[in-house]
Design a protein around this ligand. Structure first.
Ligand code: ATP
Ligand code: MG
Length: 394
């Protein structure tokens, strides 16, 4: 048997032209980082527009696939046999052994595909396909060839060494982390914001996070839930610096001084203001929220305009046009759903008015905020000074 390796395929990086090597390097680095979490020795090599991971030592196959499938930028992972001696007789046997090991039942249709970068090889690509197909049919009589819709493609690549692979495990797609700056995620305990963070990180963006905590109105369990969610997404988005802001005083003050139907909007404006300060302190280039048009009163177009007004940084809202079910589907896929639906209050749900405004007028909101002038600045400063930082790395 040849050495076990994995071919990590990537899609979008392939169109990056001159900068492509930067994306490939970032991708290799992320793959190395993920694999460093598990047992085994892994060597990640970049070769002719391909990324191979060679595996050695005592490692778990499933774990290795799982880790690589969390790396943004990887579109698929194929276990590959590396065949050092590619002379034809050896190659056919090695490919046969590969099929032997990969497939329990040997009754499926297949097609051999070949790529040959070693132009001196005695057989051309079409010849490799035909001859290899013949060899496999002879060795495994249950197999059949189907050139149009085969159950299985068997890829044979002839380079300085030969490679054979066929199964493809799906990757996370997107762009490698670290190729697109950093943003500050407003992370609550709900379904939406973890998904929003995941989606922006998928475009190569590192994530920091902020959670507004309002003890004793929100429990320690509510905060723990946010920490748990951050851990779950960090499998994809990498380490997260979670800032926990004590928001109780500010929230109470708004509650005392402003009309109750405007509470949510004004609270959200203060969350955004604080998040933006934090973002600027931490070299973040934007904010991320889980908002979606019309989902709740604070997410109508009017409300979003009112919330947005207090920010100068771009606010990324990747879920803006998604239905709830579409968001739920992603949260299930990335494994956050079960945690998100645990029943712990987050700070917005305690203070919601019976009839919140759905069409807030900016000048009305601004006027209400004038009631806060006496103390709000000090309160915001105190909130900033008493932030608790939790470093999250699954
Ligand atoms: P989610 O499911 O993400 O909690 P939601 O449907 O509950 O969202 P809102 O409570 O209106 O919606 O919040 C909208 C967005 O504001 C959230 O997606 C999140 O980005 C941010 N947010 C809300 N509450 C908090 C909080 N306590 N801490 C940090 N961010 C928050
Ligand atoms: Mg929420």
């Amino acid at each position: 048997m040849g050495k076990q390796a994995f071919l990590c395929k990537y899609a979008e990086i392939g169109i990056k032209g001159k900068n492509r090597y930067k994306f490939e390097n970032a991708l290799c680095e992320q793959i190395r980082h993920r694999l460093s979490k598990i047992d085994g020795e892994f060597t990640v090599v970049r070769e002719q527009g391909r990324i191979y991971v060679e595996a050695d030592g005592d490692y778990d196959f499933e774990d290795a696939i799982e880790e690589m499938s969390h790396v943004f930028g990887v579109s698929g992972i194929s276990p590959v046999d590396v065949i050092e001696d590619k002379n034809w007789d050896n190659l056919t046997v090695a490919v046969g052994d590969f099929v032997e090991r990969q497939y329990g039942s040997k009754s499926f249709s297949f097609k051999v595909k070949c790529r040959r970068s070693d132009k001196g090889y005695p057989l051309t690509s079409p010849e490799v396909c035909v001859e290899m197909g013949g060899y496999l049919l002879e060795r495994f009589p249950g197999l059949s060839v189907d050139v149009h819709e085969p159950d299985v493609y068997i890829w044979v690549e002839v380079r300085d060494k030969a490679f054979v692979y066929s199964k493809v495990y799906p990757g996370a797609c997107g762009m490698p982390l670290g190729t697109n700056g950093k943003a500050m995620l407003l992370l609550s305990g709900g379904i939406d914001s973890p998904v929003a963070g995941y989606m922006i990180a998928k475009r190569g963006v590192y994530i920091d996070a902020v959670y507004f905590h309002a003890p004793p109105y929100t429990s320690e369990r509510a905060q723990q839930k946010v920490v748990d969610l951050a851990k779950l997404i960090s499998r994809y988005v990498g380490p997260i610096r979670l800032h926990v802001v004590n928001f109780t005083e500010i929230q109470m003050y708004i509650y005392e001084q402003c009309p109750h139907e405007e509470l949510t909007i004004i609270m959200r404006r203060y969350m955004m203001r604080i998040a933006e300060k934090l973002a600027l302190q931490n070299d973040c280039l934007g904010l991320i929220t889980g908002e979606s048009i019309g989902q709740v009163a604070s997410q109508t177009m009017h409300s979003l305009a009112a919330t947005n007004e207090v920010c100068t940084l771009p606010v990324y809202r990747p879920l803006i046009g998604f239905d709830k079910q579409e968001i739920v589907d992603i949260s299930e896929k990335i494994g956050t759903f079960e945690t998100s639906i645990q029943p712990f209050e987050d700070c917005c749900t305690i203070f919601v008015a019976k009839h919140p405004v759905t069409r807030p007028e900016l000048k009305v909101i601004r006027r209400s905020e004038e009631n806060l002038i006496e103390k709000i600045e000090d309160m915001v400063n105190t909130a900033m000074e008493t932030i608790q930082i939790i470093e999250i790395d699954e």
